[in-house]
Design a protein around this ligand. Structure first.
Ligand SMILES: C[S@@+](CC[C@H](N)C(=O)[O-])C[C@H]1O[C@@H](n2cnc3c(N)ncnc32)[C@H](O)[C@@H]1O
Length: 273
């Protein structure tokens, strides 16, 4: 069965690493991601941020931006997928970024690769939490909090999966394709991280929220919305004719300048005093 998302838990085993890397880079290249970095992440990059760890970095788009913004910081970017890290390494070389170091590391395994560089002024992760079980998240958050230097921040940039929406003339089709009522959205994935950060002894920073939106029907939104439609057709929620109506309709909206896709991301963060 076609899944609306690549299998991010096991990209190398599923053979989807390269496709997922292209998808992540397409998202990172969209103008909304540049604005999101400025609004959610840049305020965390105080002058005294010298050691940064990114967990589940994918193509290291976030780490590359952090490294460029803070050239005197050392950024350690870790991911379990070798395929993702290959693209990350190629991009680091292409962009001639000298302060981002990659590590192949499954964070569910022993933490030595990260601990060699601790303590950190910033530990950050973007859209990785949904790929852990509730028990794993409850164990990982306090562990990561312990790796912070005094004054250090543990931060998550996470999608609020209740909030995605698409403008479409036939209002039922997006409902059938996005199928929100069938989604297993777990309470601990996004805003639910706040109690865990508090429980780990951190002082919560004010939540920041950002509407990631695309008006251009660019490569990332085409891939996301196309894959959702493929999955809907596969589970027989829509017909072949509706699949075509969706693709053609989105293209027509884009050509008219009326395409809209939006999803809210939240920054959930806590500081070690
Ligand atoms: C949705 S992608 C997000 C990538 C990147 N943070 C971004 O926002 O572009 C999720 C990433 O988490 C990684 N990942 C999933 N489980 C992991 C684990 N146990 N240890 C390390 N990385 C993991 C995947 O390989 C993938 O690169």
């Amino acid at each position: 069965m076609i899944q609306p998302l690549p299998d991010y838990k096991n990209l190398d085993a599923s053979g989807e690493a390269q496709q997922a890397a292209l998808r992540m880079e397409a998202r990172a290249s969209a103008p909304a991601s540049v604005h999101m970095f400025e609004q959610l992440v840049a305020p965390l990059l105080r002058e005294n941020v010298r050691r940064v760890l990114e967990i589940g970095c994918g193509t290291a788009a976030l780490s590359r931006r952090i490294g460029q913004r803070r050239p005197h910081a050392s950024v350690y970017a870790a991911d379990k997928s070798v395929g993702m890290l290959q693209m990350a390494q190629a991009l680091i070389e292409q962009e001639q970024i000298g302060n981002v170091q990659l590590a192949t590391w499954d964070v569910l395994n022993e933490p030595r690769p990260a601990l060699a560089h601790a303590p950190f002024d910033l530990i950050i992760s973007s859209v990785v939490i949904p790929y852990f079980t509730d028990e794993q998240i409850e164990a990982l958050v306090p562990q990561w909090a312990q790796w912070l230097a005094p004054g250090g921040v543990l931060a998550f940039v996470e999608q609020d999966l209740n909030t995605d929406s698409v403008h479409f003339p036939d209002g039922q089709l997006p409902r059938d394709i996005l199928a929100k009522h069938q989604r297993d959205i777990r309470p601990g994935w996004c805003l639910g991280l706040r109690p865990l950060l508090r429980g780990a002894g951190l002082t919560l920073l004010p939540r920041r929220s950002f509407l990631w939106t695309d008006q251009a029907y660019g490569p990332y939104t085409q891939e996301v919305l196309g894959r959702m439609a493929d999955a809907a057709r596969d589970r027989e929620a829509i017909t072949d004719a509706q699949w075509t109506e969706w693709k053609d309709g989105l293209t027509a909206l884009a050509n008219a300048g009326d395409f809209y896709y939006g999803l809210v991301y939240h920054l959930i963060a806590g500081r070690r005093e």
